[in-house]
Ligand binder design. Sequence first.
Ligand code: DAH
Length: 341
Amino acid sequence: MKDKLYKLKQEFLVKLSEVKDLENLKELELRFLSRKGELGELMKNIKDLSGDLRKEVGQVANKIKNELQESFYQVSAKFIKNTNNTLIDPTLPGLKQQSGHLNPITLVQNELEDLFSSLGFIIEDGPELESDYFNFTALNVPPLHPARDMQDTFYVDLKNSQGERDLLMRTQTSPVQIRAMLKYGAPLKVVIPGRVFRNEATDARHEHTFYQLEGMIVAKDINFSNLKSLLEIVGKRLFGPDTKLRMRPKFYPFVEPGNNGEYTCFLCQGQGCRVCKNTGWLEIVGAGLVHPDVLRAGGLDPEVYSGLAFGFGLTRLAMLKYNINDARLFSSGDIKFLEQF
Ligand code: DAH
């Protein structure tokens, strides 16, 4: 046994003296010094020896192990130093650090989140896989209501916790209005940014997946001038201090009265251009006063509380703001696109 150990040491030292590069060195370490290497295997047998012999051989083996390791370290230190000396030229310019870019939708979302939190709104999240109830029924769009046609979506063949098959990809961030009322009660000021889905044939202006930002205030005595002044503040912040707002009636089942908020086109200052289709106005936000049925679905008494709600298309805002002409670019994963922001 001792002989074998001495022979191993001899062989190792010879090989070590012949090492030419780091690669050789690694091979040597693996073959001799690693736990499954030749020395390790030999040492495993020591425990089978008897009494004094085991002690003696054990001591020799340990000594040899230390010696081999010591000489290995010396040689490897020399190699690593040499290699560094040849590889690193401190006079060369450094490698450029690549940093990521935020998607333009994230930029717009951050801007709106900053604005609304400065106005005292909380920021809430909700599930993208939503129940039919929250996405439609609780928002005053019962089954078979024609308003469902405008928001066709992807129905999911899974059962919810009650064993019903009523899950779908949410078509709007509005269902989180209901969730927020049930969670926080009133008074409440909340915005909900998030991803939504529709069963669309995609083209430059339509994507099956896009982003919205929903907002809601519920309290006592909320009225239409509260809504109008709020949307005016948001418009000036988004598009500059001279921005004007006009509100035109539009049907949304979850608000009454419902309307479309339009801002003077920031590209042509309301003069009329290609982007605003020569009207001077951009349709930016759906809004209204919360329908009593929606307050009820949120667990609130419409005789006591009233509310306002609005929904921005973040994807559309980002397209306008950054002059992006194809909605499909946002999730294309094209680095050349993202690097511009
Ligand atoms: N959820 C609507 C949509 O996706 C947008 C909207 C309109 C939200 C009016 C609202 C609202 O909160 O009051 O088209």
